[in-house]
Design a binder for this molecule. Structure first.
Ligand SMILES: [Zn+2]
Length: 414
């Protein structure tokens, strides 16, 4: 942790991330990563940036989080014959509709973990303060099961590795539309790791966990935080909720490093969930993470990808903004998407209308939460209802966990 940083940000990338390929019908398509890197390159964002190519994670690293039996099962998993009946549940979660077995699954998933580990290694060695691996973010993978398109839990493996390599207070902030259940589970009893997840309300979306009452166990009580937001939530309310819960907890926890899971399936066009964020709102969240890392985590920020199924119109722009944010090369959302990139999209995805600008044309303005009962009447009943809904969620979360962090749940300064 001592030596001088070589640069402010490291971008981890290998074309091998594209080998994490489910079935042709599966919503998680590697093209989302390919289109992202193509867009970042077309904008000149990666000029002069050395891309760090990771090695696959080894067995010892995977075993930090997963069981030997599960690793064996992934290694020897055989794809189902064409036309075979797909079970809803299967041993180790392998071979289901969500997690169909694909060739060289173990190798592909190990490279994803290797990417996040490489990012962690650069930060731990003091060579960089920020590192991004958009291939990572497989936050649903469990110790002994694939789940929700996730085979190996790269973020959990990297956090575990960091705990053995100089860090003992790590904060994990997960903005994916789904609850970050796998990472929460991995550190539920470990007071050295604070996990915070903002997600669509568990009563309305898989995996149906992430209730405010999930606060960590034993010595780790108070180090799991969950904010569930209603379907239809837009930028203004989502950002109000995020800011009402996360910075206060980070200030109290004083992490040495912030891990951000940057899933972008919160977008209004995402086919798998029901929130209504824009790319501009997602960009605002990444800018906030950068600021929080600088303010509360000694400048260290490890960012990974996650969900996001708007393969052409959402993920490439959102994660290009993520890369830009980490590199301190912020891109104005009004910037036109380059003609060269639009042409590529026309070639590879002729049925989809590519976005013409880097934002959705909606500046993500929000008013800060200022305590219970503080939401003003705007005269717009729909906006007022949305504001009350997010404020109810904020209070439930703060009341469940803030006292355990020594904070006052009703004081907006905390
Ligand atoms: Zn997700």
């Amino acid at each position: 942790m001592a030596s001088r940083p070589r640069s402010d940000a490291t971008v981890v990338w290998t074309d091998r991330f594209l080998e994490y390929t489910w079935t042709p019908e599966h919503p998680m398509k590697p093209a989302r990563l390919r289109f992202t890197i193509a867009l970042a390159r077309a904008l000149g964002l990666l000029e002069g940036v050395e891309l760090l190519a990771p090695a696959p994670a080894g067995e010892a690293e995977l075993l930090r989080v997963h069981t030997p039996a599960y690793l064996e099962a992934v290694r020897h998993a055989e794809p189902a014959a064409p036309g075979a009946l797909i079970p809803e549940s299967a041993p180790y979660g392998l071979g289901t509709q969500d997690n169909p077995i694909f060739p060289r699954m173990h190798e592909a998933a190990s490279v994803i973990v290797g990417g996040t580990l490489a990012a962690a290694g650069e930060i731990a060695a003091g060579r960089t303060r920020r590192a991004v691996s958009i291939g990572g973010g497989m936050h649903h993978a469990m110790a002994e099961a694939a789940s929700g398109f996730c085979v190996y839990n790269d973020a959990a493996v990297a956090i575990s590795w960091l705990l053995d390599n100089g860090f003992d207070r790590i904060a994990y902030v997960d903005v994916d539309v789904h609850h970050g259940d796998g990472v929460q589970r991995a550190f539920y009893g470990d007071p050295r790791v604070l996990t915070i997840s903002i997600h669509q309300h568990p009563a309305t979306l898989w995996p149906n966990t992430g209730w405010p009452e999930e606060i960590g166990a034993g010595p780790a009580e108070g180090t799991a935080i969950n904010l569930g937001v209603q379907p239809g939530t837009r930028d203004a309310q989502w950002l109000r909720g995020l800011h009402a819960v996360v910075p206060g907890a980070l200030a109290a926890f004083r992490p040495q490093l912030l891990v951000g899971q940057c899933g972008v399936d919160t977008h209004r066009e995402d086919p798998l969930a029901d929130l209504a964020l824009t790319v501009d709102g997602q960009r605002a969240a990444f800018l906030a993470m950068r600021e929080w890392a600088d303010r509360y985590a000694e400048g260290r920020w490890l960012a990974v990808g996650g969900g996001g199924y708007g393969v052409v119109r959402v993920v490439p722009r959102a994660w290009t903004h993520l890369l830009a944010t980490a590199l301190d090369r912020d891109i104005d959302p009004a910037t036109a998407t380059p003609a060269e990139w639009i042409e590529q999209i026309h070639t590879y995805a002729p049925a989809v209308e590519p976005p013409r600008t880097m934002g959705d044309g909606t500046p993500p303005e929000f008013t800060r939460w200022d305590g219970p009962g503080g939401a003003p009447d705007t005269g717009d009943p729909r906006a007022d209802r949305a504001q009350r809904a997010i404020d109810t969620a904020v209070l439930a979360t703060r009341r469940a966990v803030y006292p355990l962090l020594g904070l006052d749940p009703e004081d907006p300064r905390d």
